[in-house]
Design a protein around this ligand. Structure first.
Ligand code: AMP
Length: 224
């Protein structure tokens, strides 16, 4: 099964993606996480991408598109859940073309909707686990609140170190990321509409203002 997930930063898209990929044994491909791995590992690609990411700008397509398409091709047998790509109409077209050329089907498009102001508040409270990117931690959500150990907050799943992403604490960077997401001319909403209108996949649209469990129950209930 191959799935595309859409939702503004802060909508819970990563958390829901982790739940879905677990249930169906899919590869979880997150463009942002691949970039962060490259930055951590000090690769050439990471060095090129860092400044864009810190500002909340998109990394140029000539770096991003091949990086994502290569990762998808490696997960062809297993099936994948793609998160963070496509983020623009151009990327949507490139993805559509690559899928057709490689004979990969797109089965579902999951769209999590959320108002911009709520999305912003949610972004600022999330924390990253040093051990596993799929361990959800958020200081404002009871269900995924980090736990306290020796006077500091650690990952609620594994006790790992937590950090906040620099681009999550910078209001200008958050604003830019949301400008890109909510842009329905050439941005991510245009990509969402492109796939909705293509009729190539079943579309599941859910209200992201509900709790994590409610949202996942709705998604899993429709994914059969
Ligand atoms: P995310 O973890 O999805 O919030 O992504 C973090 C950052 O990585 C974004 O703000 C962009 O700078 C970069 N990025 C992730 N996915 C893409 C993409 N599809 N196209 C361009 N840049 C991206």
């Amino acid at each position: 099964m191959n799935i595309l997930t859409f939702g503004p930063n802060g909508s819970g898209k990563g958390t829901q993606g982790a739940i879905v990929k677990e249930k169906y044994g899919l590869a979880h491909i997150e463009s942002g996480a691949i970039f962060r791995e490259h930055i951590k590992g000090g690769t050439e690609l990471g060095k090129k991408a860092k400044a864009y990411i810190d500002r909340g700008d998109l990394v140029p397509d000539e770096i991003t598109v091949p990086m994502v398409l290569e990762t998808l091709a490696k997960s062809k047998e297993k099936g994948w859940l793609l998160d963070g790509f496509p983020r623009s109409l151009e990327q949507a077209k490139a993805l559509d073309k690559a899928l057709t050329e490689s004979g990969m089907a797109l089965d579902y498009v999951i769209e999590i909707t959320l108002e911009r102001q709520i999305a912003k508040e949610r972004i600022m409270g999330r924390r990253l686990c040093a051990n596993d990117n799929n361990h959800p931690n958020h200081i404002a959500f009871e269900a995924i609140k980090p736990v306290e150990k020796d006077g500091r907050l650690v990952c609620r799943v594994c006790g790992g170190e937590l950090s906040a992403r620099a681009d999550d604490q910078d209001e200008a960077a958050i604003g830019k990321r949301h400008d890109i997401y909510y842009d329905d001319k050439t941005g991510t909403m245009a990509a969402v509409n492109y796939f909705k209108q293509s009729g190539k996949a079943k579309v599941i649209s859910v209200d992201g203002s509900k709790g994590i469990k409610e949202v996942s129950a709705e998604i899993l209930g429709k994914l059969v």
